[in-house]
Design a protein around this ligand. Structure first.
Ligand SMILES: [Ca+2]
Ligand SMILES: [Ca+2]
Ligand SMILES: [Ca+2]
Length: 303
């Protein structure tokens, strides 16, 4: 199924290539293969270091920063228009699935994937399970992936015809993933962005090394043997405190819409997967004492 990720990445790239071709014919320098780290002029991809509670939720913002101005319009590492990469959760060092998504109807809950600001789309390639044996929201007989295949490219909406200016990605948060922390999660869960710079062969099957293309549809991930990207890996650290009951999105406060979700779960009008933070004892139901903990956190703040 590695072809599936490639296919999605290429589908995104094609819209972008075709549209770029409509603007101008380009000759790209031969793409490099990184074996030395980036220094000096670099783009950057950054995974965060949030703290979370076992059984709670955690927000994972991934940041992309364009490289410095190279004085070449529409090309180079300062004019990146698309990126594709795999985030390991846990990356490189761990097995198991300590971080998982809320799932709805065999797909990731739409609220769990928030694209950053800018004229681009974020696609999670392994979100959907139909016709495959592994994914992020598996059903019977399917395996849960512990990595997220992410593609971001613009524009959000392609015109029916005619040339289009392919937008640069904004520097800043590219996408924020909201994930659930397993009740038995280890104290540290590595967040790793796989790349050609990784030592050895640690990349999961069915994943991809980080790559990026510019507005001229040229691959600018590396120049000859030098990476053009600085990779900052992250980790989720498990705090020693108790989880904040009722904090569905992991932002350390409980607001009214979260209380409503808790009430709905208690009344079985919504599944507990809608907000596992209301079920601190992990018994698959929300009882009145758990609702009261959530209300207290709404009134007094998370402890
Ligand atoms: Ca440029
Ligand atoms: Ca909240
Ligand atoms: Ca419960």
């Amino acid at each position: 199924m590695v072809q599936r990720f490639a296919a999605v990445a290429i589908a995104g790239s094609c819209a972008w290539l075709v549209a770029a071709g409509a603007v101008r014919a380009q000759t790209c320098p031969a793409p490099g293969t990184a074996s030395t780290a980036c220094t000096g002029a670099c783009a950057a991809i950054i995974a965060p270091t949030p703290t979370a509670a076992k059984g709670g939720t955690v927000a994972i913002p991934i940041t992309f920063n364009q490289g410095p101005n190279d004085a070449q319009a529409n090309s180079g590492i300062d004019d990146v228009a698309a990126v594709a990469f795999t985030l390991g959760v846990p990356g490189t060092t761990g097995a198991g699935t300590p971080l998982t998504f809320n799932c709805t109807g065999g797909n990731i809950d739409p609220a769990a994937v928030q694209a950053g600001s800018g004229d681009f789309t974020v696609v999670i390639e392994n979100a959907q399970c139909a016709g495959r044996d592994h994914c992020l929201c598996p059903g019977d007989g399917q395996t849960r992936d512990n990595f997220v295949n992410i593609v971001a490219y613009g524009p959000k909406n392609l015109p029916e015809q005619g040339p289009v200016q392919i937008p640069r990605l904004n520097s800043g948060v590219l996408v924020t993933l909201t994930m659930k922390v397993d009740a038995n999660a280890p104290d540290t869960i590595p967040l790793h962005i796989f790349s050609a710079m990784d030592p050895g062969s640690t990349k999961p099957e069915f994943s991809a090394n980080f790559s990026m293309g510019d507005q001229s549809a040229c691959d600018v991930t590396a120049t000859q043997t030098r990476s053009n990207v600085i990779f900052t890996h992250g980790a989720v650290t498990i705090g020693q405190g108790t989880p904040c009951v009722g904090d569905c999105n992991g932002n350390h406060e409980v607001i009214i819409n979260e209380l409503v979700i808790g009430v709905n779960i208690a009344l079985t009008a919504q599944p507990v997967s809608a907000c596992p933070a209301f079920d601190p004892n992990n018994d698959g139901q929300v009882l009145i004492n758990e609702l009261i903990l959530g209300v207290n956190n709404a009134l007094r703040g998370c402890q």
